[in-house]
Ligand binder design. Sequence first.
Ligand code: ARG
Length: 459
Amino acid sequence: KKGEAWSARFSEPVSDLVKRYTASVFFDKRLALFDIQGSLAHAEMLAAQRIISAEDRAGIERGMAQIKGEIEAGSFEWLLDLEDVHLNIEKRLTELVGDAGKRLHTGRSRNDQVATDIRLYVRAAIDDIVVLLNGLRAALTDLAEQNADTIMPGFTHMQVAQPITFGHHMLAYVEMFGRDVERMQDARKRVNRLPLGAAALAGTTFPIDRERVARTLGFDDVCHNSLDAVSDRDFAIEFCAAGALIMTHISRMSEELVIWMSPRVGFIDIADRFCTGSSIMPQKKNPDVPELARGKTGRVYGHLTGLLTLMKGQPLAYNKDNQEDKEPLFDTVDTLVDTLRIFADMAGGITVKPDNMRAAALQGYATATDLADYLVKKGLPFRDAHEAVARAVRACDDLEYDLAEMSLDQLRAFSSLIGDDVFAVLTLEGSVAARDHVGGTAPRQVRAAIARVRAQLAG
Ligand code: ARG
């Protein structure tokens, strides 16, 4: 019977249903090039340690080069009968180069092999995602620069709070995605360890050189306990947790974009290429991309929960449960990569409507805090200033005025400390310009923050 690498032990073949149930090749073939990379490093070490001959190593390299070509050309025949990516490649290698192919698995198990493949895969994914996060940060920084002076209402509780600039608002997301970069880079340290050499669980009787393989594959170190090496998936969970936080940030931003594009709000427009229409309502232009990104956040959270749950009941060391780590991991990577790429592009497709933002900032007494601060600077205790301004706002409400529209006499009814210099602090421009310290919304500070981010992105 063709197929299973372990079949001599068995008196009957598994049923087709069991075969399909236990096979992973149709998703883990995505690891193929990492599997080959790991096998080549292993073979190189086996030859250097004289565990296999130089000819065997040469044969393995020749066979793997051909297999790589077949996979890249799409002509490699993946067989369900051969269960997973590892056995498919090994079988083909043996077809191509005979006994050398059969010697490759010396001192190795699929357990340490798959753990190595996934680490190589996650490491590459992290490096891609860091580049994409920084690309998005650069695009948002450009948008912030164009809008360093664009005034909009800042909200708390979805109520107008204080004037801010749109540039400052965009830079808040640049900070979030900056922490995401740090989290990914930190997780990478724990991803970048070599499990190979742990073999099935206890190590191997062959005189292997694990440090050599680690160096060849660019790992910083080896995993120091063989049981832990084959059964640890913490690194995948950490990656998914960092990914879940990226999607949290994407989703919050999406929610804002959707609200801002609502005609009721009208703060922005999003370029047509990121929107779709309705099949029934001819007038519709819907912000599909941010809506879908908000929705896809759910599946990334789900994958994190799935992986945590996958691990919680497993006794040491390897269990077949672990085969279930791959699809959530792959889908997390795909979702992050596509989402980050599309958001970096979409940032350049956002048109800001400054007049609408300004009009909204003029509703809701956004400069009330400025008036209270003004009274404090004239000597009134803050709580009394707060009370005086609260009374002024209430009067404005009745008159349907903004604070800046009151006459000096009207304002002085609430505090005799108010002089005609008050109108400078009641303007939106005066309000934002006055918040002039590191982290504040003053256009000067927004420009300084942009310079800091750009220096960081360039360095
Ligand atoms: N396909 C397996 C996985 O994804 C590879 C390791 C299988 N090891 C084993 N002893 N069955 O985890």
